[in-house]
Design a binder for this molecule. Structure first.
Ligand SMILES: [Zn+2]
Length: 131
């Protein structure tokens, strides 16, 4: 069994974007602030006028942790969970693939990738830049 993200009216654009291999980040139409995860209201100016941008997919490792337990399908373990600082200036939690857990470094350049789970669900992950 695969645990699925709770998709809401406010986050549907994000999950729809992943299925199209696009990383979309919520952007406040009033003040321009980027925020992730998506929410109904801008946390800076409290506007409800939210739009989205397509992120370029490049970023750096801001922080990371290597998860061993519990083993949750469909992920592989050890699972490198990263907090990525996107070039656009916001951060999101993802997984880092294609690198040994002991070779991950803070500040490491990474690029987004997409993993299709099934027809309904595509997840984002990151890989070392240039790999
Ligand atoms: Zn705002």
């Amino acid at each position: 069994m695969i645990l699925r993200p709770g998709v809401t009216h406010d986050s549907r654009f994000f999950w729809d974007g992943l299925r199209e291999r696009k990383l979309r980040i919520q952007r406040c139409a009033a003040c321009g602030r980027l925020q992730h995860p998506p929410a109904p209201m801008c946390s800076a100016c409290h506007s409800f006028e939210m739009a989205a941008i397509e992120a370029c997919g490049r970023g750096t490792v801001h922080s990371f942790v290597v998860a061993e337990h519990p083993k949750i399908p469909p992920f592989e373990y050890p699972n490198v969970i990263v907090l990525v600082e996107l070039e656009e200036g916001t951060r999101l939690v993802s997984r880092l693939r294609g690198v040994a857990p002991d070779a991950v470094a803070i500040g490491q350049p990474v690029v987004v990738d997409f993993e299709r789970v099934d027809d309904e669900l595509t997840l984002h992950c990151f890989r070392p830049a240039g790999s």
